[in-house]
Write a protein that binds this ligand. Structure first.
Ligand SMILES: [Ca+2]
Length: 216
């Protein structure tokens, strides 16, 4: 038996709001969601995420679940992952999916954007070495495409390779034919998403408590 999850005090609610940028009301909703997922216990494990209907339809579900346990995203020291997360950890991860507030300064918006991109980057850089290699990238593309069922593994591989080549040319400019592209660094990653308004696009249908949702 784990520890039972208690309702945070008013003061704890305030502190969490300040730390994560969520409103008190949002924290209340997320707390209920957390409690539902953990079955009333104080921590969440990977298995608990497997019951989320919206997530079960997501082709990159295993990467999303892993992201919740990734020390880099939890802003803890060291690399690797943890076995279970508490409510504050949960809020920390959920805050990466928060849309930008109205009246944000340019600087705040840029900071938020960078954090979100860092989160996405970590999701792809599965071995924590600071580079998204062709192998890692291919893995994601294959998972995304395998859902459609129409494409074979070889085709998915070819699409990933072609996309990576394009990424390489955006990141480093002209490459000689014998030059080897080692992979996407975070700086490259920022360049690639330069024209994408990621801060409004990155969200997750995660608050949906409806358990009747079916995969489409
Ligand atoms: Ca890597």
């Amino acid at each position: 038996m784990g520890t039972f999850l208690s309702l945070p005090s008013q003061q704890e609610f305030q502190d969490l709001a300040e730390k994560t940028g969520f409103s008190l009301e949002q924290i209340g909703i997320l707390h209920r969601r957390f409690r539902q997922l953990s079955h009333g216990e104080a921590t969440l494990r990977r298995e608990d995420f497997k019951t989320i209907p919206d997530l079960s339809c997501n082709p990159i579900r295993s990467q999303i679940i892993e992201a919740f346990f990734d020390k880099r995203n939890l802003q803890r020291n060291g690399k690797g992952s943890v076995q279970q997360i508490g409510f504050e950890d949960f809020l920390t991860i959920m805050s990466y999916f928060r849309p930008p507030r109205l009246h944000m300064t340019e600087e705040e918006r840029a900071g938020m954007r960078r954090e979100k991109l860092r989160f996405l980057f970590n999701m792809h850089d599965t071995d924590n070495d600071g580079t998204i290699t062709l192998e890692e990238y291919r893995h994601v593309v294959e998972e995304l495409l395998s859902r459609s069922g129409a494409l074979g593994k070889e085709t998915a591989k070819a699409i990933a390779d072609a996309a990576m080549l394009e990424v390489a040319s955006i990141s480093v400019g002209h490459m000689e034919p014998d030059e080897f592209y080692e992979g996407i660094t975070f700086e490259h990653f920022l360049k690639i998403f330069n024209n994408t308004e990621i801060e409004t696009k990155m969200h997750i249908r995660f608050l949906n408590m409806d358990t009747t949702t079916l995969c489409t």
